[in-house]
Design a protein around this ligand. Structure first.
Ligand SMILES: [Zn+2]
Length: 151
């Protein structure tokens, strides 16, 4: 991003860094709201959302569809929070409720136990650096988006 990659004159955060941090905060808020939701509840921008603090259904105070902001208020604990449409879109691409499931490829990993591969004739093959690198790269695989998101 050459346009936003330059540091500011004062050496502070770039515009891109500030915007990324803002977006991360917005997504975290949506994630917090989603953790309060029951299974089967849907999160929609500008719709009522659960209070991220106490889990009661919040009251939508105002919606700005141009800016993509939705301001919410909780009558139970007097909490206020803002839902942004871009953060909803990002949050809904993944699952926040469940602990990350292990990717199936990892469960079938034959050398996950102690670094040795059990061969049929009971010989063991010591881990070579190449094998090790392969194993590590498999473990670093990002978890796939959960299919339950489509429900
Ligand atoms: Zn509340």
């Amino acid at each position: 991003m050459p346009l936003f990659g330059r540091k500011n004159a004062d050496g502070g955060l770039t515009l891109a860094e500030v915007q990324a941090a803002e977006l991360a905060d917005e997504v975290k808020m949506v994630d917090d709201v989603r953790r309060q939701m029951s299974p089967g509840e849907h999160l929609e921008f500008a719709g009522p959302t659960r209070c991220p603090n106490c889990g009661m259904l919040g009251f939508v105070e105002s919606v700005n569809r141009t800016k993509g902001n939705c301001f919410n208020f909780c009558y139970t604990c007097r909490n206020r929070w803002v839902i942004t449409s871009r953060a909803v879109k990002i949050s809904l691409t993944r699952d926040v409720d469940m602990p990350e499931p292990a990717p199936p490829s990892l469960l079938g990993n034959p050398w996950s136990m102690d670094g040795f591969i059990e061969l049929e004739d009971n010989l063991s093959l010591e881990m070579t650096p190449a094998l090790e690198a392969m194993t590590i790269s498999r473990m670093d695989e990002p978890a796939k988006p959960s299919a339950s998101q489509t429900v």
